[in-house]
Write a protein that binds this ligand. Structure first.
Ligand code: SF4
Length: 334
């Protein structure tokens, strides 16, 4: 019998989950750090295009920036923001076109020594950066600001920003994870205000996917479901299909909480309360991870040592759902 996969989005669950986030504010400066060096201001579009373009599979990253410990993509953005301040031209297209693995390692190490960097998938990231540099030089006189200006504030359509971004290899994702994240960051940085913001969606990565599956916002059915919910490997087509269901869940939740807030809070739930390294905190009693919690570090949430979704989420009532893993897909898209 051929294998089958059905994706369902639970509208009511989405609304109930989103209502748990009303009134919680993420801190913009944590997610979208501003350059401290005034000369770096004009390079903000280049900076965000570059770091988000290599923001995939960031589990290995960790370090300290300005006395604060960061991990994963938090480290990526804060460490590279510090590098931008040191040298505002560092992420221009001309530099990216010829970037080397050792340069990337040096940017992503606390002391600047390539040997102390924890970055992985270096060849993959370097190829994405070089491609970005090449294409910006070819089509936009080497400046991300020109790429943004060419779209005239439109996201959709052949001349819109999403289509233009999709011609960069780093931004080719059919579910547009990096593109949606980039637009969100450019909006927060005050660099772009789209005329068609309804074209935006959640940047779906493995943290959001895991939370949506455990909460029951997105449900998998059919003969493939059991294997995928154990963290089994999915095909490229399955990946797009499941993440498009997650986009629909995000669209429904976005009717209650704005998309940037929704993304930042759900993502932080995924990498703290519901991280893959430990049992979901709702299954183990009051949370003991407060000292290292980036959800608390990055928002004004007063959690009471409980996950914000506890009680509404399937995983908080059903141990089988709490044990779901995000299906695995080895990709540079997210
Ligand atoms: S309530 Fe539990 S299973 Fe649900 S998102 Fe929170 S930690 Fe994860």
């Amino acid at each position: 019998m051929p294998s089958s996969l059905v994706t369902l989005v639970d509208r009511r669950r989405c609304r109930d989950l989103a209502s748990r986030l009303v009134g919680i504010s993420p801190c913009d400066e944590h997610f979208v750090p501003s350059p401290r060096n005034p000369d770096a201001e004009v390079r903000i579009p280049d900076f965000h295009l570059a770091w988000i373009g290599i923001c995939q599979q960031t589990r290995s990253l960790e370090g300290v920036v300005d006395g604060i410990k960061y991990r994963g993509s938090d480290y990526l953005v804060h460490r590279l923001r510090a590098r931008l301040d040191q040298e505002p031209d560092r992420f221009t297209a001309r530099r990216l076109r010829s970037v080397t693995g050792d340069e990337l390692r040096s940017w992503l190490s606390d002391d600047g020594d390539p040997d102390s960097s924890t970055v992985d998938r270096v060849d993959e990231r370097v190829a994405l950066l070089q491609d970005m540099g090449e294409r910006l030089l070819e089509g936009y006189a080497g400046a991300a600001a020109n790429l943004i200006a060419a779209s005239k504030g439109r996201l959709e359509g052949r001349a819109g920003l999403l289509e233009r971004l999709s011609r960069l290899h780093a931004y080719r994702d059919p579910a547009r994870k990096k593109s949606f994240l980039l637009v969100q960051f450019l909006r927060t940085a005050g660099v772009l205000e789209p005329v068609d913001p309804d074209a935006l969606g959640l940047p779906i990565d493995y943290h959001l996917l895991r939370v949506f599956l455990r909460t029951g916002a997105v449900q998998l059915k059919g003969s493939r479901a059991r294997e995928l919910l154990r963290g089994g490997e999915m095909t490229e087509a399955e990946d797009v299909r499941i993440r498009r269901a997650a986009l629909e869940a995000g669209r429904l939740m976005g009717e209650i909480v704005d998309l940037a807030t929704l993304d930042r809070l759900v993502w932080m739930v995924g990498r703290n309360c519901c991280f893959y390294d430990h049992p979901p905190v709702c299954t183990t009693g009051p949370c003991t991870l407060e000292a290292n919690c980036s959800l608390l570090q990055s928002s004004d949430l007063e959690c009471g040592l409980r996950c914000p979704f506890d009680g509404t989420c399937s995983g908080s009532r059903n141990p089988d759902a709490a044990a779901f893993r995000a299906p695995w897909f080895d990709t540079d898209l997210y």
